[in-house]
Ligand binder design. Structure first.
Ligand code: THU
Length: 138
């Protein structure tokens, strides 16, 4: 099992906060994650004058994941402007689920948690498979 350097990962997230564009909420967010092939990817929130179009930090992180080689996320942390750990919002838990490695873990205010703990019974790609629909028609 690989040891996760959470402080280093949180430092990357704190660095990403500085690149956030949050003129409407004034709540910059930075996120960082490890990938299953050992890369570190990060993201920051990017807001929009049409408020609902805001991209959370997780959105741009996932963009970087795809742009830099794809793969799966194994560890994740996001922080506010003060570098304090915050929870990913509900929508972003779903976004992370799409790209999570089995057993993906997060650093949260209440300790290290799995994604499955904070997004139980998640809907995901498997739920769309034809094979599953055939097996469980109801
Ligand atoms: N935000 C994120 O970037 N990620 C989250 O998981 C929580 C919320 C952003 C969206 C918005 O720009 C600001 O924080 C305030 O909600």
């Amino acid at each position: 099992m690989t040891v996760i350097d959470w402080d280093a990962l949180q430092h990357v997230a704190a660095d990403a906060v500085g690149r956030a564009y949050a003129p409407y909420s004034h709540f910059p967010v930075g996120a960082a994650a490890l990938t299953d092939d050992g890369r570190v990817v990060s993201g920051c929130n990017v807001e929009n004058a049409s408020y609902g179009l805001t991209l959370c930090a997780e959105c741009t992180l996932v963009g970087e994941l795809r742009q830099t080689g794809g793969g799966r996320l194994t560890a994740f942390v996001c922080v506010d402007e003060g570098g304090r750990v915050i929870m990913p919002c509900g929508r972003c838990r779903q976004l992370l689920h799409e790209f999570a490695a089995p057993g993906m873990v997060l650093r949260t205010a209440s300790g290290i948690r799995t994604l499955a703990e904070i997004l139980p019974d998640a809907f995901g790609p498997d739920d769309l498979s034809r094979e599953r629909l055939r097996r469980d028609p109801a």
